[in-house]
Ligand binder design. Structure first.
Ligand SMILES: [Mg+2]
Length: 257
């Protein structure tokens, strides 16, 4: 099926495009090009070492609870009711309180520092991210990060992960309603980068936010499915298990994206 036939059928996710044909590559940040959940788990491991009360608590469970609380705090964060730093401390406190651990403020402060030091130390480029972004640069295809995260934090993350020079721009929501998976963030990103949706791909690790969101905006998604989860039947969505695989696919001359 040709590109035009696909487009006329409204199936942007099945179109085949060469990397050189793209106006822009959109990428998600957390756990797509920069480690996030692993960094959180390692940070909890450090806190657990210093808090015997946590005993043999599973860091996987601690990390999941920590992420769930973030979703609840998003409106407060978004409207600057609370700073990102304060919000993290509050979240850590809540995760501990649900385990009946009530720390005095000075100790909580210390644990939060231990958490943050470890988190930022492990906020690294995901495997294969540098090679992928360098390939885009060699092919002169600009890369724009599309993330629901706080702009300042995400800029810092790119710097810490040493990816800043490989990324053209960072787009974050200006309104709560603009967050992924809503299509409006992608649509603004297309306008800002003066890109055609038919010549754009969105690469991300989240089916719910990155894949569904970009499909709503008519942009072809490529799902970074590191856990090798099953794709919904007949979705037709292209997926890879790593960015290295994606780089190899795209480098392969006759291969398209
Ligand atoms: Mg992500």
């Amino acid at each position: 099926m040709s590109l035009n036939e696909n487009l006329s059928l409204g199936l942007p996710h099945t179109t085949r495009l060469r990397l050189e044909e793209l106006d822009v590559v959109f990428v998600d940040l957390d756990d797509t090009i920069v480690e996030y959940r692993t960094a959180c788990k390692k940070a909890f491991r450090e806190v657990t070492k210093l808090l015997p009360e946590l005993g043999n608590e599973d860091v996987e469970r601690l990390e999941i609870d920590y992420q769930l609380l973030r979703s609840e705090n998003l409106p407060k964060l978004f409207y600057n009711v609370i700073s990102p730093e304060e919000e993290r401390k509050e979240r850590l406190d809540m995760v501990l309180r649900t385990r009946d651990i009530h720390l005095e403020d000075s100790l909580l402060e210390l644990m939060n520092k231990v958490f943050n030091d470890s988190f930022w130390k492990n906020r690294r480029a995901s495997d294969g991210a540098v090679e992928f972004l360098e390939m885009c640069r060699v092919k002169s295809v600009p890369v724009t990060v599309i993330t629901n995260g706080d702009r300042e934090m995400q800029e810092k993350s790119l710097e810490v992960a040493r990816l800043k020079t490989l990324v053209e721009s960072v787009i974050t929501p200006m309104r709560l309603e603009e967050m992924k998976p809503n299509s409006s963030l992608f649509e603004r990103a297309l306008r800002v980068t003066a890109s055609r949706k038919e010549h754009t791909v969105m690469i991300g690790d989240s089916w719910e936010y990155d894949v569904v969101g970009s499909l709503k905006a008519g942009i072809k998604p490529i799902w970074v499915n590191r856990s090798k989860l099953r794709t919904p039947p007949d979705s037709g969505v292209e997926w890879v298990t790593s960015l290295s695989d994606l780089t190899q696919n795209m480098k392969g001359g006759d291969k398209n994206v």
